[in-house]
Design a protein around this ligand. Structure first.
Ligand SMILES: [Zn+2]
Length: 557
């Protein structure tokens, strides 16, 4: 049948003038799910250079076929727009792929053993970092201490972070290099955890981590480059065709720029350095979403508070399991006028604001600040973002919507935190925790991502989390706070168009639409037909960025 059609087209091609040039690439025999309301489903896609030129039936797209057209037969599989992760720590992720993995240690002994093994292969003068430990997985949960690892690291400085990045453990060597003693005071927005004798245990929370970070040798350009390459390969394999790199160092951007120039960026990057540095971008006239299709800047990231796991997310009411605290406003927010001035400055310069806020009062305070900026500068299309937006006070949803603030959220965190969040904040506050459903119903735009390396970069895990809310411990098979589940098409949209919108790129990517960049992924299974419980195991068979195949199962690593 198809052969007959091809012959017919060939003949008709001779008989009539070609209506259009031939495609460089055709993906055919696919179930195309476009995330474009004008044409939700199709069978095939034609690409010229780095753009999609046509989306339609197999026959329609065959008309774009020429003698040099590369054809990918999708074998009836599902083709989606590439995933756009709206919140990653890309270099950290690459470094994590390269560093000691403490994520699944069974307890303090196992923790010490892994660090000890690493110390044996660590060059003199080099630090052991990374780790992403999670004491909540130990029975009983208990924060690690320097005493646990000192014996196996007598000469190697260690500073390994909790998986959420809000606390880290230093060994005695590192504490000494940082000059931290029983006399050292905790800085604003941070805490030096102490034992009963008043001695530092080695755990440093939030801003206190800076006491050690500031004494660590900076990452070399080569190390960053290696990390970026690891991260790019990982993203390609997982179908992540765009990332929005939060809290990026300018040295990271230098690496991305170098890779972009060499044509080695296989994932598009929108980099958001810290708001405190906004003048650096303003001075050279950089505005929101400035750059090339592969590398953009012009967004600024700031922190309003800490994390739920570290009891540093800032709430109106105290923590249920730590009634002496309701969290901490970040150092950047103390005093508030400091943050307001920076936001005003960056906004005047046309820069986009991405503010990390997790606790309900932190979110509320950021909304207050956004309101102040809007009052001062007038309304416009700014696409302010609250990163994480985890625990929203019921009174704030309408404000969130009316200020057009984007909720940049990471569904995987919900099924992770859902294991213990209720113990921490109680039965009432969890009702509006990771409130995907309420946010969509209120008309707030969602942009999905992972916070990698805090959580896995795999978009399938995020989709699974958003639609099932089944916690990782298996205790909530029908969903933790199930009222906040969303439907798979909504989750896919948040992970594609939603994230594209959050970086001002909804006309360039986010759907399979003629004229847009040819960023697409082919999945091993049709997630729309699958039992939702299995979505997290679906794999990416092929990843295409700008019409180039950057990963294909069997051909890749
Ligand atoms: Zn983050």
């Amino acid at each position: 049948m198809r052969k007959v059609l091809a012959v017919f087209l060939l003949v008709s091609g001779f008989a009539f003038a070609q209506p259009h040039p031939t495609a460089d690439l055709i993906v055919t025999n696919a179930k195309v799910y476009t995330v474009d309301k004008n044409q939700p489903r199709a069978e095939a896609v034609a690409v010229i250079a780095d753009r999609i030129v046509a989306v339609g039936s197999t026959a329609e797209i065959d008309a774009w076929r020429g003698s040099d057209t590369k054809v990918i037969d999708a074998g009836g599989k599902l083709l989606l727009p590439g995933f756009n992760d709206s919140h990653v720590h890309f270099i950290d992720g690459g470094l994590q792929l390269d560093s000691v993995d403490l994520r699944n240690t069974s307890g303090p002994d196992d923790f010490a053993r892994k660090i000890g093994e690493r110390a044996k292969i660590t060059a003199k003068g080099e630090w052991i970092t990374g780790g992403d430990w999670d004491e909540e997985k130990w029975t009983p949960p208990q924060l690690p201490t320097r005493q646990v690892i000192d014996a196996v690291t007598p000469n190697t400085p260690v500073f390994v972070n909790r998986y959420d990045g809000h606390e880290s453990l230093a060994n005695s060597v590192a504490l000494k290099l940082a000059g931290i003693t029983s006399q050292t005071k905790s800085p604003a927005g941070g805490e030096i955890v102490r034992d009963k004798q008043g001695q530092p245990t080695g755990v440093l929370k939030d801003a206190a981590q800076e006491l050690v970070f500031s004494k660590m040798p900076p990452l070399s350009h080569e190390r960053r480059l290696r990390a970026a390459k690891r991260a790019l390969a990982h993203a390609a394999r997982l179908g992540v065709t765009s990332v929005q790199a939060m809290s990026a160092d300018y040295d990271d951007i230098r690496v991305y720029s170098e890779l972009s120039e060499r044509g080695e960026l296989t994932t598009r990057i929108y980099a958001a350095p810290m708001l405190a540095t906004w003048k650096t971008e303003e001075q050279v006239g950089i505005r929101r979403a400035w750059g090339s299709p592969y590398l953009r800047v012009g967004a600024m990231k700031a922190f309003a508070d800490g994390s739920l796991g570290s009891t540093t997310a800032y709430f109106f009411q105290p923590y249920n399991d730590a009634p002496n605290t309701r969290g901490l406003l970040s150092e950047e927010m103390q005093p508030l006028s400091k943050m307001r001035d920076r936001m005003m400055g960056a906004d005047s310069a046309g820069l986009q604001l991405c503010i990390h806020a997790i606790g309900d009062q932190a979110i509320s305070t950021v909304l207050d600040l956004f309101t102040d900026v809007e009052k001062a500068h007038g309304a416009s299309d700014r696409r302010w973002r609250i990163e994480h937006a985890q625990h929203i006070a019921p009174k704030d949803f309408d404000r969130f919507a009316s200020l057009n603030v984007i909720a940049s959220m990471q569904p995987y965190h919900a099924i992770d935190d859902g294991r213990w969040a209720e113990r921490r904040i109680g039965p009432e506050r969890i009702k509006t925790t990771y409130a995907f459903r309420t946010l969509l119903d209120k008309g707030v735009r969602l942009a999905f991502g992972t916070d990698w390396s805090v959580a896995p970069l795999d978009p399938m895990k995020g989709l699974y989390a958003a639609v099932t809310r089944a916690t990782l411990d298996g205790k909530n098979p029908n969903g933790w706070v199930p009222e906040q589940k969303i439907k798979l098409p909504e989750a896919v949209e948040a992970y594609t168009m939603g994230s594209a919108y959050a970086e001002f790129q909804e006309k360039e990517k986010g759907s399979i639409t003629p004229g847009k960049l040819a960023d697409m992924v082919l999945l091993s299974d049709d997630i729309f037909q699958l039992d939702p419980r299995k979505i997290g195991d679906v794999q990416v068979d092929l990843t295409m960025v700008g019409g180039k195949v950057v990963w294909s199962r069997g051909a890749g690593d």
